[in-house]
Structure formats: structure tokens, C-alpha cells
Design a protein around this ligand. Structure first.
Ligand code: NAD
Ligand code: UDX
Length: 461
């Protein structure tokens, strides 16, 4: 094999990214390491640590051929000449910048491991999402080595989304590679480009300076999230004016300058990236003395919180201002469809608020029940978890849809309605069900930003 690539961090990004890379680059040996032994064991087993459509096949094709998962970080560092770092960069929870700035302790630990165990020059690639100018700090740490080794830092942020990771990685909109404008930096950039050229057309590979690359990643996420908050804010106005958010989104999206994607109104965005990356952007703007810019972006997060709270108020208002001791079936706990990931899922916020109101929760999700149990482990209250939607809904007063799983549309709602307490409610927080049909079955249906269908009289409401 021509070269060995190491990836430190075998999470939602490191695992799929390297699996697709190994699959497309049989002339490279790709080693993925993590300090989490359980995770590595799972990557080496038939039950991968994450659910991602199409990933099993890719991993099976490449694993133990030119793709290896290991906990031996030191051996990996010694062997590889290119090191991708894909460790987590969560929001800082302590000290200066707590609640906004990125916590770079995992990144820094990796840099120190690299210095300690390197015996020859290396290219270190930032795959994690990092604040702009992180590479400067990393370069200083790495160049502080006393072994006279050269480390080139490349920024190569990842744009895949969960649930579509494999197709996003196989056919990306773009691959972004940022490097210093030095001879050594440009050479290192070409070596990373050569890897991607195995399967990505050259015109989709965008090269920039290091800082543009770091900042582009944060801003891409902020722009996507901003679209969702914009459309969610308008969903509230639709409810006041009898406009329909689906029609408004479709009409807006037909303008080719706006585009149709990321205009789905719902209970708000979740996932490990959007909130953390916007808060990071806000922190950076404050740090660089730009309070107006910081306030502008912070509003995207505020609207997201408002939307979840607004949805819970809608549930309470329509269920006679009380859900205490009422069974509520939660359909969907993952932060989006086709993933088992629940990080920052709006389902966590909504469930906690309903538990505070003393509701009994029956949670159903096709892939995320294990994570849901962990997320709600500290909550007091009556919570049950169900693979079977019919068991979750049996005897419930309401169904609350919190994830856009496609299979929710195919359930037998006639059977579900018959098994529920009456009046039976559906609150469709993702606008994915056929509301008219449900109404005809007897449900009182409350979507977001669209007309509600209720059998209750004004007095009953
Ligand atoms: P993750 O938490 O799933 O995985 C990170 C892994 O790194 C963990 O398994 C952890 O054990 C390991 N790790 C941490 N420190 C380590 C160390 N010093 N040595 C060895 N292993 C170490 O995180 P993720 O979702 O894969 O995200 C990783 C980065 O990619 C973040 O910066 C994130 O913002 C970015 N990103 C995430 C997504 C996404 O959809 N999840 C998409 C694009 C970019
Ligand atoms: C996001 C970015 O899309 C991806 O490019 C980046 O690399 C990582 O962060 P991810 O968080 O995995 O990906 O999923 P995404 O599809 O962006 O969805 C994020 C959240 O927004 C989900 O909760 C989803 O349900 C919500 N969403 C998305 C909406 O509410 N409406 C939409 O129109 C689109």
C-alpha cells in the first residue's frame, strides 16, 4: 500500500468518512482509532456503533482489507504520514466562553499525542469542525516539538449529514481543502486532494486558504440552520393568518435564488452540529468585537428554542391545559429520520417539558430507543419505550410526532385511533402525516403552521 492514513476519532464522522475513503482508495491503508474501546469493538463487529443507511455494506467491503479499526492510537500515529483528526468539539461547559465557545481539549490532547509519538514528518488534517484560526494554535503546539519534525496543517471540514452520510460522502456537493499558502502547505494540500481525486471529480474539490476553510464550515451550518429558523418563525405567523407554511415554503423555494431545500417547518433543528456551531460563531464574533453580528446569529438559536416551547404550549392549550397523568405517545426521538442519534434532539426538550407537566410518556422510535433511555435516565416520571407503535399508542390521549421517520406515514391509524382514549389528539411536529385523513378517522389534528382539524367545539376547547 502506497500510504497509511490514520483517523483519530471513530464517531459519526470518523467512521463513515474513513470507510468511504478506504472503499474508494484500495491503494491506501486506512486505520481508524479511538480511545473508546466499546466503540472500536462495535466497528469491528456485525453491529456497527451507528445506524446509517448503506454503511454496513461499505464497511464490510473494506474492513480488514485496507480499513482497520483499533484502540492502538500510538501505533497508528507512528505508522501514518497523514492523520485526520475527527474528535468531538462540543460547546464548552466551564470557564471562559462557557455555553458558546468550542471545547478544544480533545483536539489539543490529540495534537500532544501526535507530537509525543511521531518519528517522521506528518500532515495533520482538521476534519472536526473548529473555530476559525484554530489551525494557528495547533501549528504552534505541533511546531513546539523538539524532534525537529515538520507538521503541515490542513483544514478539510466534513459536510455530510447524518442519515445520508454514505451518499453525501460518495457524491459530495464539494470537498473543501484549506492550507497555508507556503510551499510545504500547498504540497500537503495536493496530497490530500490526491486522495479525494480517487472518487470526487476535480471541479468539486475547492481549495482555499486555511482560515476560509475553517470559517466556511461554521458559516455553512449557520446558513442552513438560519433557513430552518426563518421558516419556523413564519410557521407561527401562518397559524395566525390561515396561510399554510407548506404552500409558503413551496412558493418561496421555487425561486431559484432561494431554492427548495431546508425550508421544512418543524419543531426545530437538532443534531450535534447546528446549535454548537452557531454558538461558536456567536462567540467568535463577540471575541472579535462584533456584537451586532453575534446578536444576529444568536437569534437563530433563540427561534429554535421558541419553536419547541411553542409546540408544547400548543399541546397543553388543546388538551384542556393539562396533560397530568395522561398517556402521551411520542413518535420519534431521533433528531431526524434515518439515524439513531439523539444529540440535541428537540424530542429531549419536548419530552422533558411534558414530564414536568406530569404526563406519562410512551416513546416509540425505530432506531433511537437506546439513546432515548440514556437521555431521559435522570428524569423522574412514568416513561416506557416501545419498538411497536401500536403498543405505544394503546390507551394514549395523544400522539406527538417528533421525528420525520417515513414509516410513521404507513401505520394503521384506524387501528391506533380505536385503541386510544377519546378525544384522541395528534400533534404533528414534523408535518408528515395526512391530516385530513386522520381527521376523518376521528382524530383532532394539530400540525405546525397549517390549519388544525378539530372535532372539538370552541366551548370544549
Ligand atoms: P463523536 O462524538 O461521534 O466522535 C468523536 C470520537 O472521538 C469519540 O468516539 C471519542 O471517543 C473520540 N475521541 C475524543 N478524543 C480522543 C482522543 N484524544 N483520542 C482518540 N479518540 C478520541 O463526534 P462526531 O459527531 O463524529 O463529530 C466529530 C467532529 O466532526 C466534530 O467536530 C463535529 O462538529 C464534526 N462534524 C460532525 C458531523 C455530524 O453529523 N455528526 C458532521 C460534520 C462535522
Ligand atoms: C448538518 C448539516 O446539514 C451537515 O452539512 C453538517 O455536516 C452537519 O450538520 P445533520 O445535523 O446531520 O447535518 O442533519 P440535517 O439534515 O442538517 O438536519 C439538522 C436538523 O434540522 C434536524 O433536526 C432536521 O430535522 C432539521 N431540519 C432540516 C428541519 O427542521 N427542516 C429542514 O428543512 C431541514
Amino acid at each position: 500500500m502506497k500510504k497509511t492514513i490514520l483517523c483519530i476519532g471513530a464517531g459519526y464522522v470518523g467512521g463513515p468518512t474513513m470507510a468511504v475513503m478506504a472503499d474508494n482508495c484500495p491503494d491506501y491503508k486506512v486505520i481508524v482509532v479511538d480511545m473508546n474501546e466499546e466503540r472500536i469493538n462495535a466497528w469491528n463487529s456485525d453491529e456497527l456503533p451507528i445506524y446509517e443507511p448503506g454503511l454496513d455494506e461499505v464497511v464490510k467491503r473494506a474492513r480488514n482489507r485496507n480499513l482497520f479499526f483499533s484502540t492502538d492510537i500510538i501505533a497508528g500515529i507512528k505508522e501514518a504520514s497523514i492523520i485526520f483528526v475527527s474528535v468531538n468539539t462540543p460547546t464548552k461547559t466551564f470557564g471562559a466562553g462557557a455555553g458558546k465557545a468550542a471545547d478544544l481539549q480533545f483536539w489539543e490532547k490529540t495534537a500532544r499525542d501526535i507530537i509525543e509519538h511521531s518519528k517522521h514528518d506528518k500532515i495533520v488534517v482538521e476534519k472536526s469542525t473548529l473555530p476559525v484560526r484554530t489551525a494557528e494554535a495547533m501549528r504552534r503546539i505541533l511546531q513546539s516539538n523538539t524532534k525537529n519534525l515538520n507538521f503541515d496543517i490542513i483544514s478539510n471540514p466534513e459536510f455530510m449529514a447524518e442519515g445520508t452520510a454514505v451518499t453525501d460522502l460518495q457524491t459530495p456537493d464539494r470537498v473543501l481543502i484549506g492550507a497555508l499558502e507556503t510551499v510545504s502547505g500547498q504540497k500537503a494540500m495536493q496530497r490530500i486532494k490526491d486522495i479525494y481525486l480517487h472518487w470526487v471529480p476535480e471541479e468539486k474539490i475547492k481549495t482555499t486558504n486555511l482560515w476560509s476553510s475553517e470559517l466556511s464550515k461554521l458559516v455553512s451550518n449557520a446558513m442552513l440552520a438560519q433557513r430552518i429558523s426563518s421558516v419556523n418563525s413564519i410557521s407561527a405567523l401562518c397559524e395566525k393568518t390561515d396561510a399554510n407554511i407548506l404552500e409558503v415554503s413551496a412558493a418561496m423555494g421555487m425561486d431559484s435564488r432561494i431554492g427548495a431545500k431546508f425550508l421544512r417547518a418543524g419543531i426545530g433543528f437538532g443534531g450535534s452540529c447546528f446549535k454548537k456551531d452557531i454558538l461558536n460563531l456567536v462567540y467568535l464574533c463577540e471575541f472579535y468585537g462584533l456584537p451586532e453580528v453575534a446578536a444576529y446569529w444568536e437569534q437563530v438559536v433563540k427561534i429554535n428554542e421558541y419553536q419547541a416551547t411553542r409546540f408544547v404550549s400548543k399541546i397543553l392549550n388543546n388538551m384542556f391545559n393539562s396533560v397530568a397523568s395522561k398517556k402521551i405517545a411520542i413518535f420519534g426521538f431521533a433528531f431526524k429520520a434515518d439515524t439513531g442519534d439523539t444529540r440535541e434532539s428537540p424530542a429531549i426538550t419536548v419530552s422533558k417539558m411534558l414530564l414536568e407537566e406530569r404526563a406519562t410518556l410512551a416513546i416509540h422510535d425505530p432506531e433511537a430507543l437506546k439513546n432515548a433511555k440514556l437521555d431521559l435516565a435522570d428524569e423522574t416520571g412514568d416513561i416506557s419505550y416501545h419498538c411497536d407503535p401500536y403498543k405505544a399508542a394503546k390507551g394514549a390521549h395523544a400522539i406527538v410526532v417528533l421525528t420525520d421517520w417515513k414509516q410513521f406515514q404507513g401505520y394503521d391509524y384506524e387501528r391506533i385511533f380505536k385503541s386510544m382514549e377519546k378525544p384522541a389528539f395528534i400533534f404533528d411536529g414534523r408535518n408528515i402525516l395526512d391530516h385530513k385523513k386522520l381527521f376523518k378517522l376521528g382524530f383532532n389534528v394539530f400540525p405546525l403552521g397549517q390549519r388544525e382539524y378539530s372535532h372539538l367545539t370552541e366551548i370544549e376547547k
